[in-house]
Design a protein. Structure first.
Length: 263
């Protein structure tokens, strides 16, 4: 495997070997940006290259659009096109070393540019960079592509387990508005980080407490459609949320329980 480091990507730009660059915002990302109403959202575009989508979002009035790329060369192009783009929002560096907190992270041809061995780390780091309730959205190739150099391909069934490790609210479906050269070969990704905890209704909490005190056998109907049965052995708080532990050792956040029944 070739080293996909700063020198590699810099050479690609110096030699203008940038076949991924479509010369404008792609339709899926443009239409996604168009339906966002909060212009204060903190948006990160990693491996953003010439950053057509960042320019588009900036021109639409989004004030907190950031781009990170290993090399500064594509940023020069962006600044020539859009001199008013805030330079302090252009970060030259490694995505994996970047720290921050974002409401949206936008993916396009960054995932496929990375060594596939880094994919679990990519998902970990995306999750770390998101604020509670934040989302990573964008397009992933649903195509074999290359195995020895970018773009590296993959399929929905390969990507799903990577993302479900961290993201419970996940959608990865065929993209309906791809640009024509990519039509039928892209998936639309939307993966949301857990939001802030909303305490459960007092009367529901009273039911949990009563069942725990009486050591009753209960049946929990969870928001993901699963059902869990047992005796509540503990009610506790962790990371700002309320939880219970059942006699089989499983732990459940109270806001993910939609009903408690006594069978
Ligand atoms: C295939 S290009 C895609 C550029 C852009 N997303 C687009 O669609 O035009 C991949 C980009 O990722 C950048 N890149 C690669 N590895 C990176 C890393 N670890 N951190 C930040 N940027 C990286 C490269 O410099 C390059 O600009």
């Amino acid at each position: 495997m070739i080293d996909l480091d700063h020198a590699y990507w810099e050479q690609r730009y110096l030699q203008d070997l940038t076949g991924w660059d479509i010369g404008g915002p792609s339709t899926p990302l443009k239409e996604y940006i168009d339906q966002l109403t909060d212009k204060d959202l903190r948006i990160l575009i990693p491996g953003g290259g010439r950053a057509w989508e960042a320019e588009y979002a900036h021109r639409q009035g989004f004030r907190n659009v950031f781009v990170i790329d290993l090399t500064e060369l594509p940023f020069k192009d962006l600044l020539e096109r859009c001199p008013e783009f805030p330079q302090e929002h252009l970060i030259i560096g490694d995505f994996f070393a970047h720290a921050g907190s974002y409401d949206r992270i936008i993916e396009q041809t960054f995932f496929c540019a990375l060594d596939p061995a880094l994919r679990p780390k990519y998902v970990d780091h995306m999750h770390t960079l998101l604020s509670p309730g934040g989302k990573v959205v964008g397009v992933l190739f649903n195509d074999t592509l290359n195995s020895d150099k970018p773009p590296f391909g993959g399929s929905r069934s390969e990507y799903l387990p990577l993302f479900t490790r961290h993201f419970q609210h996940l959608s990865l479906e065929p993209c309906y508005n791809s640009i024509s050269p990519r039509a039928g070969r892209e998936l639309w990704l939307s993966a949301a980080k857990e939001g802030y905890y909303v305490p459960v209704d007092c009367s529901l909490y009273d039911h949990f407490e009563a069942a725990a005190t009486l050591k009753e056998h209960v049946r929990l109907e969870l928001t993901d459609g699963k059902v869990q049965e047992g005796i509540i052995v503990d009610l506790f708080q962790r990371e700002g949320a309320e939880w219970l532990r059942l006699s089989d050792g499983t732990e459940h956040r109270l806001d993910r329980i939609q009903a408690l029944r006594r069978p």
